[in-house]
Structures are given as C-alpha cells and as structure tokens.
Design a binder for this molecule. Structure first.
Ligand SMILES: Nc1ncnc2c1ncn2[C@@H]1O[C@H](COP(=O)(O)OP(=O)(O)OP(=O)(O)O)[C@@H](O)[C@H]1O
Ligand SMILES: [Mg+2]
Length: 249
C-alpha cells in the first residue's frame, strides 16, 4: 500500500517562491488501479516525479507498505518496489534495447522473455532487440520500449505517466489489455496518469489534480459523472471532443 500525506513541492525562480503542488494526501491499496487526470500543468507529472524521488518534496511523507521512503533515493525506491515510466522517456545512446530490458529486469532475460515483453507493447522483437535505444527511435517506439522495461520486473506499484502519449491505436489497445491483465491479477498496484477516457474508465478510483491541488478523489463511479457528465451528456461530449477528455488527440 502506498500512503502519501501532505506532500508539497515549491520552486524558487528569480527570487520568488511558487507552489507547484500543495497538501497532496492519498493512498493506493494493494492491487488497486488509481487513475490521475486533470488539466495540463495541474501537477500530475510533478507528483509522479516526487513519488519516484526524481524531485525532492518541500514537505510531506511517502510510505510504501508501512515503510517511510520519503528520504529514499531513486534507486532505493526502485529496490523497494516502485517502477516508473516517464511522460517523455529519456534516450540511451550506446545501449541496445536488449541490454535495457536486462538492466530493468535486474537479470539476464532469455530471448523468449525479451520477445514476449516487446510483443506485449506491439513491437516486433526481431526488428528492435539489437537496436540502440537512442534518438533514432521514434517517440512512440521509445515510449513503448520504456513501458516494456517497466513490465520487465515485478513491482509493488507502477506509475505510468501518460502511457498513451504518441502511441498508435493498435499499440494502445494492446497496452490497455496489458493494464487490464495486471489489474486483474492484483499482483501490482497501478497509478496511471492519463487524459484518455478508455484508461480513466478502467480505474478503481480516480483523482483529479488541478492547479497543484487534489480537486476530487473517489471511486470511479462517483468521479466519472463529474468528468464525462451523465450518459446522455457524455455522448454529446465525446462526439464533440473525439472521444478524448482533453480533446487533444
Ligand atoms: N522545474 C520547474 N520550473 C518551473 N515550473 C515548473 C517546473 N516543474 C514544473 N513546473 C510547472 O509546474 C506545473 C505542473 O507541471 P506538470 O508537468 O506536473 O503538469 P502536468 O499536470 O503533468 O501537465 P500535462 O497534463 O501537460 O502533462 C506547470 O505549470 C509547470 O510549468
Ligand atoms: Mg504531465
């Protein structure tokens, strides 16, 4: 179980202090899927980076399975069972996709295991396994390889920041099925940051972050009407917005 209490993050720019996140408290039960959504610039990616230790919080605590991990480094959090896929994945010049998967798994994977991981994100292993994970890969290819690296190891909790971003419809459908499978097995908790209605509708609970604060959090059936309106309104909304909450894709 992940427990976050009173988490805040301030930045200092040109002698001024501004609050990016304030007083964020929530928990994620074992095997639960929490979807975080909300307007652009609301603070979702910042929250994910605080959870993974990429940014250091100004205040608050983070506990995983009862253990206070607030002061843990990124590595220590990964060892404690946290996995993270960035909104914009970093590139690794000089490192092959195969090596990246081995590193993520923490052991040498068999050829079959690498192939299965790459297929689960819609990539043909033969084409990608010996390629460098560098800037020659397209944005969607790199995104899917990064998701495969997170899937390569068992985690207590995985955070995926906009897994849908830049991914084609076919790969997106495969990815949704993979998330559904993880969720059904209940072996891992999932935090999915997303603007996609199809992902939001899979959630056990939904948290809306806006302007650095939790605007609402609750069971999917409670929050969904706030986001999509009633069934009748939702049809109109979806037609107007092309099926996506933010209408951007
Ligand atoms: N290091 C920084 N310096 C200045 N501003 C920052 C910094 N990091 C984040 N911000 C600001 O904090 C706010 C939250 O950013 P964040 O990336 O967390 O938003 P988001 O909810 O993930 O948005 P999106 O839906 O577009 O991905 C934004 O206004 C962003 O410009
Ligand atoms: Mg973001």
């Amino acid at each position: 179980m992940l427990e976050v209490e009173h988490l805040s993050y301030d930045i200092h720019e040109e002698g001024r202090q501004s609050e990016i996140l304030s007083d964020i408290s929530f928990s994620v039960e074992d095997g639960e899927m929490l979807v975080i959504t909300g307007p652009n610039g609301g603070g979702k990616s910042t929250l994910a980076k605080l959870l993974m230790g990429i940014y250091t919080q100004t205040g608050g605590t983070i506990k995983l399975d009862g253990k206070d991990i607030t002061g843990f480094s990124i590595d220590e959090r990964a060892k404690a069972g946290m996995g993270f896929a960035f909104q914009q994945p970093p590139r690794f010049k000089g490192m092959t996709v195969r090596r990246l998967l081995h590193l993520a798994a923490g052991r040498t994977l068999s050829e079959d295991e690498c192939c299965n991981l790459l297929s689960s994100v819609g990539l043909c292993a033969r084409e990608y396994i010996d390629r460098e994970a560098d800037a020659t890969l397209s944005g969607g290819e790199m995104k899917r390889i990064e998701i495969a690296t997170v899937l390569a190891a068992h985690h207590a909790i995985c955070i995926f920041d906009e897994p849908e971003a830049g991914i084609d419809l076919w790969s997106f459908s495969m990815l949704v099925k993979r998330f559904e499978q993880i969720h059904k097995e209940k072996k891992e908790s999932l935090i999915l940051i997303s603007h996609q209605e199809r992902i939001i509708r899979m959630a056990d609970r939904i948290m809306v972050i806006s302007d650095g604060q939790i605007e609402s959090i609750g069971k999917a059936e409670e929050i969904m009407p706030q986001l999509f309106g009633t069934e009748a309104e939702s049809c109109v909304c979806r037609q107007q917005k092309g099926g996506d909450l933010c209408g951007a894709e």
